[in-house]
Unconditional design. Structure first.
Length: 488
């Protein structure tokens, strides 16, 4: 399955889009599907994508470069505030299935799936169109470290406060908030997150005392730890609010950008936030202190914590990917993905099925040690395409392989016993061959060698467009050579 994720992220605008796209990448990866993320961004974006397949490119200015990469995708996901409707229309044409991430009904999207995980978005006045919708915080894309969060202890008194304004703190709010808390809560522990894009580090350093700890660009696991161990968090009103909700952390939020205003208002309606604070309100520090005073109440903090956890359970990415895979399986009843190392045993077991061995060129049983070496080599070779078929519940259906030699590819297929006789071979052959022709433009044809007595395979390949070429002698046995030429 070819999945392309298109997004953006810069030091001066924040990396919220990248963070939530990363969560969808992680959910795909949990099912051994590995997308590529295409980021219109700067060097700071790369630090978030270390363990991912990604490309940094200015796709907004040079869309042709991106189109070359994403053409013939099975799924395209777009998360952007910069791309106009024309971009979305073009992206949708390049994929079998499209998902558009939205926050505020920004544009009229082309046909596809609209994902808006904003709190209360299921009540937003979206137009009735041909689009499908995944709306509400049950679908919020949240990083894998927050998928399963333990219960938290609510302390009687406020012992620690976390201050986090992302990687940039674009409004330089941290020093003033920290100074105010030092004055009003001198004995409380202050954990302060300092991102790589901060312009106010010197001011923060001057406020340092024995009860203040700086955390420079913490990873997601560390952020979760800080949230769970803090009695209150003061933060911007973006994606971090959902991580604070799932950890049940009582929160004071400040909208630092226009696109956060809706988010903060909806969380106020739900009751997770006591009030709305805008960064340009000249009395914002007074409002922060007023909320801190209210949050001294144990019962208030317990209430907010419960509301957060009731509305975000961390399973949003899994729900989104489950939906996308089910949609991908609607037409054929399966999806194809590339084989990975953890698939070795299931392929070994299928390959040693007596009926598979009987119809193979080599009919002898396969030894496990030799299979491991063979499998590891095949999945890494550039001239070998190894696909596995699964249903929408990830039950293993079978395999189809292509060995590429010059301008031809030799293919073979085998189906698991539980899925034989259901007409899936033909569909897998058709989809597999289509993918190979689209990914390898130099190929002129695809070849299949079939034993004359294997009528099931002959029917599957001929109904998929293969034509008999001639008989060939292989390992002392006659095989029928079938050829599928590249479509005109």
């Amino acid at each position: 399955m070819k999945v392309s994720i298109i997004t953006e992220g810069f030091e001066n605008t924040g990396h919220g889009h990248i963070t939530r796209c990363l969560s969808l990448y992680q959910a795909f990866a949990s099912r051994n599907i590995f997308p590529t993320i295409y980021v219109n961004g700067d060097k700071h974006a790369q630090s978030l994508l270390i363990n991912c397949r990604y490309e940094i490119l200015d796709w907004l200015t040079h869309p042709a470069k991106l189109i070359k990469f994403i053409n013939n995708s099975d799924i395209i996901i777009v998360d952007s505030y910069l791309a106009g409707k024309e971009y979305y229309n073009n992206f949708a044409k390049l994929s079998r299935l499209s998902l558009f991430m939205d926050d505020n009904m920004r544009i009229d999207y082309p046909e596809g799936i609209i994902l808006n995980g904003t709190i209360n978005s299921e009540n937003f006045p979206y137009k009735k169109t041909d689009n499908e919708f995944l709306l509400g915080s049950k679908y919020i894309p949240i990083r894998k470290e927050f998928w399963n969060v333990p219960s938290r202890k609510i302390n009687k008194d406020i012992l620690s406060i976390l201050i986090t304004f992302g990687g940039q703190d674009i409004r330089n709010l941290t020093p003033d908030i920290l100074n105010s808390i030092n004055d009003n809560y001198p004995d409380v522990i202050k954990n302060v997150v300092v991102g790589s894009g901060f312009k106010c580090i010197d001011r923060i350093e001057k406020l340092k005392n024995n009860n203040m700890f700086l955390h420079f660009s913490p990873d997601a696991e560390k952020m979760k730890e800080l949230m769970i161990s803090s009695d209150i968090t003061i933060t911007a009103a973006g994606q971090t609010l959902y991580e604070l909700a799932v950890t049940g952390t009582p929160t004071i939020a400040i909208a630092v950008a226009e696109n956060q205003s809706n988010n903060i208002r909806e969380w106020k309606k739900k009751g997770f936030l006591l009030d709305v604070i805008q960064h340009n309100d000249r009395f914002y520090l007074r409002k922060v202190n007023e909320q801190l005073k209210k949050l001294e109440s144990l019962s208030v903090r317990k209430k907010l914590s419960k509301i957060g956890r009731d509305n975000v359970d961390g399973q949003g990415p899994a729900r989104v990917i489950n939906y996308l895979i089910e949609k991908s399986c609607e037409k054929n009843g399966f999806y194809l993905r590339k084989a990975v190392q953890s698939d070795s045993e299931k392929v070994y077991n299928l390959s040693n099925d007596p009926s598979v061995r009987q119809n193979s060129i080599n009919t002898l049983p396969i030894e496990w040690e030799g299979h491991q070496t063979w499998f590891a080599d095949k999945i890494e070779r550039d001239n070998y395409a190894f696909f596995l078929a699964f249903d929408n519940k990830d039950n293993f259906i079978g395999q189809i392989r292509f060995e590429i030699n010059d301008d031809s590819a030799v293919t073979s297929i085998s189906i698991s016993g539980d899925f034989r006789g259901k007409g899936l071979s033909k569909k897998i052959i058709q989809l597999g061959c289509s993918k190979i022709f689209s990914e390898h433009h130099h190929l002129k044809n695809i070849i299949a060698y079939i034993r004359p007595e294997n009528n099931v395979s002959i029917n599957s390949f001929t109904s998929s467009g293969f034509s008999l070429d001639r008989d060939e002698l292989i390992n002392g046995h006659i095989f029928m050579k079938y050829i599928l030429n590249r479509p005109e």
